[in-house]
Design a protein around this ligand. Structure first.
Ligand SMILES: [Ca+2]
Length: 150
């Protein structure tokens, strides 16, 4: 059996990162329920993405979790780091009532990726399904660095 050891955890607020959004409009929205009081909201289309520059990340293995705003007009997204798909490919961020998904276990766990060298990777959230819409609200990104036992 393989185990893993958590080394560190960093959370970055989406609204504080350098963003590039293809195919639509976006803005920073204030919401007292959001982590640090705001989130990045984007009205994009199928095949468009929200890309965020993650500053100063060490090389190593990470688990990627993202806090979203869930609502009725959200899309389903794949996460890519520097163009490589991370772990689980799709996530629904649907909710019949709009809500921040930032409590306990309600953020979205995309799975694991390896960063081969230290740097500032680009996290892209790519809209792959209109299920039911294509909008996205990104509150925060959490990277948990771990080491696998040998
Ligand atoms: Ca936030």
């Amino acid at each position: 059996m393989r185990a893993s050891r958590i080394e560190s955890q960093i959370t970055m607020e989406a609204e504080s990162l350098s963003a590039n959004v293809s195919g639509g409009s976006w803005s920073i929205v204030g919401d007292s329920a959001a982590s640090a009081g705001s989130y990045l909201e984007a009205a994009i289309g199928l095949g468009d993405d929200v890309s965020l520059l993650l500053p100063a990340v060490q090389a190593g293995g990470y688990r990627l979790e993202v806090g979203f705003r869930a609502a009725t007009d959200r899309g389903r997204f794949a996460a890519l780091v520097d163009g490589f798909t991370v772990g689980r490919v799709r996530t629904a961020v649907y909710s019949s009532s709009a809500m921040m998904r930032d409590s306990d276990d309600s953020n979205t766990d995309f799975g694991s990726f390896e960063l081969p060298a230290a740097g500032s990777p680009v996290l892209s959230l790519l809209c792959e399904f209109t299920s039911p819409g294509t909008d996205i609200g990104v509150d925060y990104i959490t990277l948990t660095k771990y080491t696998r036992d040998r």
